[in-house]
Design a protein around this ligand. Structure first.
Ligand SMILES: N[C@@H](CCC(=O)N[C@@H](CS)C(=O)NCC(=O)O)C(=O)O
Length: 253
């Protein structure tokens, strides 16, 4: 089984975590941004990663990958059996993939695109030197494309910060006096929300060897949430449930 990915991506982490949680052996293949469009389009209708290649099947998108794995490898289930709980679980996952995942991506790219070496590290950490060089050459074009796609404008970044904060408060409310978002055990809702927040919390158990954030303003943004109850909860989810990680080299920090 192969997972096409960008190593630092929170959506890729979500798919990777589900594979690791179920103990399914797989090969994570990091692909170069820009060129990824050609690679991914060979297999799937859209250009985005993660993409899972399994036997003759192709599954694109983190939620579809989890659903596929749940059906094909039912043990270590991530989905409640109760219909209402299952529905709630999927609603949280889909809403928070956007409200947490898309908003934090916008805020972080806004702060970090001006740091080419940091961006190169995030995208190419496990790759050979020749690909890293290729990334450096392509970076001005990639930066423009990433800005246009994911950052867009200062107004959108400001709105993303507000929406992110509201979503964090809602998750905090849901978790009041509870260990998990839905029911009494770890589900895909917990896995998804914790993955979306992996970029905020950078948990030690995450397989990507994080590096120090170069932009002081972005560090301030991250620090604001360091002791947030939801950040504490993400750390706990990683400690308790992020086992058997696919390693990506030794930590640098
Ligand atoms: N809803 C998708 C979102 C995936 C996504 O946004 N992937 C980004 C990386 S974080 C991507 O591949 N962007 C490049 C592209 O779409 O061509 C999922 O859950 O997998």
């Amino acid at each position: 089984m192969t997972l096409l990915e960008f190593p630092h991506s929170h959506y890729c982490e979500k798919a990777r975590w589900a594979l690791d949680y179920k103990g399914i052996p797989f090969k994570a293949v990091a692909i170069l941004p820009g060129l990824h469009m050609i690679t991914v389009r060979k297999y799937a209708p859209d250009t985005s990663v993660p993409v899972l290649l399994s036997d003759n099947e192709v599954v694109q998108g983190s939620s579809d990958i989890i659903s596929y794995l749940e059906q094909k490898y039912p043990s270590h289930s991530l989905t409640p059996t109760d219909a209402d709980q299952r529905q709630t679980c999927l609603e949280i996952e889909h809403a928070m993939d956007k409200r947490l995942g898309e908003n934090i991506r916008r805020v972080l790219y806004d702060g970090l695109l001006a740091y080419p070496e940091f961006m190169r590290y995030c995208f190419t950490h496990p790759m050979p030197n020749v690909k890293q060089l290729f990334f450096r050459i392509m970076y001005p074009m990639l930066r423009y494309k990433i800005y246009k796609t994911y950052v867009v404008s200062a107004v959108k970044v400001a709105r993303a910060r507000r929406e992110f904060d509201v979503a964090m408060s809602e998750i905090e409310q849901t978790l009041k006096q509870r260990k998990y978002l839905v029911g009494e055990r770890f589900t895909r809702a917990d896995l998804s929300v914790a993955s979306m927040l992996s970029l905020l919390v950078m948990p030690a158990e995450h397989p990507f060897p994080w590096r120090e954030i170069p932009n002081p303003k972005t560090r301030i943004f991250l620090d604001e949430y360091r002791d947030h109850p939801v950040s504490e909860w993400v750390r706990k989810m990683y400690q308790d449930h992020r086992l058997n990680q696919t390693l990506m080299g030794s930590p640098i920090r």
